[in-house]
Design a protein around this ligand. Sequence first.
Ligand code: NAD
Ligand code: DAU
Length: 380
Amino acid sequence: MPQSPQNIMITGGAGFIGSHVVRLFVNKYPESKIVNVDKLTYAGNLNNLKDIENKPNYKFIKADIADLDKMREIIRENDITGIIHLAAESHVDRSIKDPFTFARTNVMGTLALLQAAKEYWDTFADKYDGKLFYHISTDEVYGALEITNPEGVKAPFTTKASADDHMAFGVEFFTETTKYDPHSPYSASKASSDHFVRAYHDTYDLPTIVTNCSNNYGPYQFPEKLIPLFINNILQGRNLPVYGKGENVRDWLFVEDHARAIDLIFHEGKPGDTYNIGGFNEWKNIELIKVLIKTVDKLTGKPEGTSDHLITYVTDRLGHDMRYAIDSRKLQEELGWEPSLQFEEGIEKTVKWYLDNKDWVDNVTSGDYEKYYDKMYSNR
Ligand code: NAD
Ligand code: DAU
């Protein structure tokens, strides 16, 4: 189990979830050195970390995780003893258009990091004691779930019911032992990277942990993902492109709750183990979109229903997974984690953040983003 203080490398720390993890670790562990390694792709933005960039225990290095020599150098020169690996290509729609970039970063990048960590930690007399390679993965590797149980009881369950109440419905959830069945190039690349992480554990005894989390939302999420894209579009009076019939179900978790889970698992998780992370918070896309519209209209002082007309049903995503739903009871029972926010609260907090940070949105949605946006949605 890694003890603080130590030298922790966080990859993808300039992205959405990574920036929340970096902020939490830099503030919570002032004696530890936090090294953020990020290539700064379109999704990476150092403005996400303005509030901590001058802290003495923080260092940023611009690098590509698929560059093995560079990873060796960074790990050696910074005497890295813990790695939290979030860097990835993360958007399913982009993976459908360009699978190769996903294989390169998500598979080869993860492999390069594993190898570089192993080589450096092999030089220690006590080898892997106190070291940890923690890989952040997704629920999408498990495939897709049905909406109904055999008796026809329907998910989603957006109630505030307990985990056991959810199970009592008899509808399937993803557990840590669910067989991998990825469908998109994104989830196939994440599944492959998970397998490499476990292979380094099983073959070389490298201390690794994998966590599979459900959909995150919150501040600093790049506005190509459903929630920030739709908040931004509602604010601009742009159409809201709902894929298919809007009936797909996702399980939503506030990003700071994910970051807290990562902290807990990094310090108290069992090497070799897998933990699922999710808040038992399933929403059908169209229902979630209605909550979003209502919240944005309310917070911008518009009468209820003003933006409803923006909903536009468009061609479905290729291979669109119907439902994701995480069973996170292992994490809750073994390590005592639980989500801190109810969904409506988290959505309100998120919408307020986007309203208060229009400069951030303008900054990331200028230039190439406009071209990307037009290409993605003009033909729908
Ligand atoms: P993101 O796209 O917002 O950020 C990814 C970061 O990785 C960016 O800062 C980018 O610059 C960096 N990056 C990309 N390629 C790189 C490379 N070759 N070398 C170094 N850095 C590189 O992603 P996110 O939504 O914050 O997701 C972070 C991680 O969490 C990913 O591994 C993703 O698969 C996983 N995850 C995300 C969610 C979610 O809902 N967003 C849910 C579960 C798991
Ligand atoms: O489940 C975890 C995963 O969640 C992460 O691993 C991924 O990195 C993350 O991007 C997310 O994947 P999804 O594909 O579920 O998220 P996205 O926000 O792209 O889409 C959420 C749902 O909304 C999905 O059913 C597709 C739908 N959608 C999305 C967009 C962008 C639309 O209907 N219209 C849209 O314009």
